[in-house]
Design a protein. Structure first.
Lengths: 191, 172
């Protein structure tokens, strides 16, 4: 539903603004160019995307995700103090985090939702501090290798599609740190 | 330092392969299965991208994006965010595919190695589809009282956009 409204608003604004500024012809041409660009973009992204999904699959099957999730345990326990004694929740949360870090989106979401369901059993209908933290951590991007973005840059002819990695890590770290701090501070005052 | 990041990808490939062999994984099978998943992902994002790039190209041609950039540009520039990224800031928390479409157009128009192109890429890589994620998680947990989850998540988003802009200026 949200998408239908956004799309309609975008097209409507383009037509109105195009007519007002006398760019009507360019808007009509833009529609055709954009549709073609969507196909071209997907095709030119495919190579890098498939390569990385392949490498990720190797990592997943060789147990890197499981090892990482064990490493993350101490950090998780500290972040989710209200659930630190609940083994099932801790398992799901750390597996969710390690899948997020490795960019295994398809694996991360079911694990995260499982953790959310388990947490909600304790306080039905109301978000506990743990659940809020889980949601905040999942609305921040933790992916170490941003595959899709790198393939976008590769498709546009970047000299080195992965040279944004340090900047992405820095920005992600700041974003997560701010989110976690905000959650911890708000947890004290927002009952 | 630069060589390290250039060689990071090939080295990660080799490291994953060696570790996979050591663990006795069917390496070739995993690699090709993963690539097949990549094909499915590409096919799945193609229809929304076609729709969204159509709308974004229309907006770009109409001059609406420039107008919007001019209207709020000074505010964004004052905090270090490139005004051209305004469209991306607006759609990023709401829709992943719309953000991908807007980001792709920015990277294409300004060039992947330009300040705007890089900032758009870093923003895409360091933030998530916040409102969508919130809806899915609280929906699955059947939780209506979300307390401070939304404001905390939005703090993280704003910090991510600012940090992405600053990181690109700092590192490039």
């Amino acid at each position: 539903m949200a998408m239908s409204l956004i799309w309609t608003a975008m097209v409507g604004a383009a037509i109105l603004c195009g007519l007002a500024t006398g760019n009507g012809g360019a808007v009509a041409k833009g529609a055709l160019d954009g549709a073609a660009a969507g196909v071209e973009l997907c095709l030119s992204m495919m190579g890098v995307l498939c390569l990385w999904m392949g490498v990720m699959e190797v990592m997943e099957r060789s147990g890197i995700a499981r090892g990482l999730s064990r490493l993350l345990r101490p950090v998780i326990k500290r972040l989710y103090q209200d659930f630190s004694k609940d083994g099932k929740v801790m398992d799901a949360v750390s597996a969710n985090l390690s899948a997020n870090l490795l960019g295994l989106g398809n694996a991360a979401t079911p694990l995260g939702l499982e953790a959310a369901r388990l947490m909600a059993q304790r306080t039905p209908g109301v978000a506990s501090d743990g659940l809020c933290m889980l949601v905040v951590c999942n609305t921040a991007s933790l992916q170490l290798i941003p595959t899709t973005v790198a393939s976008l840059r590769a498709a546009a002819g970047s000299a080195n599609p992965f040279d944004i990695l340090p900047a992405v890590w820095l920005a992600s770290a700041v974003s997560v740190a701010v989110g976690v701090t905000a959650a911890k501070l708000l947890a004290r005052v927002w009952r | 330092m630069e060589l390290m990041f250039t060689m990071l990808v090939p080295f990660l490939m080799l490291a994953a392969a060696l570790w996979g062999l050591y663990k006795g994984v069917d390496l070739w099978g995993a690699l090709t299965d993963g690539a097949e998943k990549g094909l499915k992902v590409s096919l799945r994002i193609m229809p929304p991208l076609i729709g969204l790039l159509t709308a974004v190209y229309m907006l770009r041609a109409s001059g609406a994006l420039e107008l919007l950039g001019e209207a709020v540009g000074p505010l964004l520039t004052a905090v270090g965010i490139p005004a051209e990224t305004i469209g991306l800031l607006l759609v990023r928390p709401v829709s992943g595919s719309a953000a991908l479409g807007v980001g792709a157009e920015l990277i294409e128009t300004y060039g992947p190695d330009s300040l705007v192109g890089r900032t758009a890429a870093v923003m895409l890589g360091s933030t998530e589809t916040t409102f969508y994620t919130i809806a899915v998680y609280f929906g699955a947990a059947k939780v209506g009282k979300t307390r401070y989850a939304v404001p905390a998540a939005l703090c993280a988003d704003i910090a991510g956009f600012l940090a992405a802009s600053w990181a690109v200026r700092l590192l490039f």
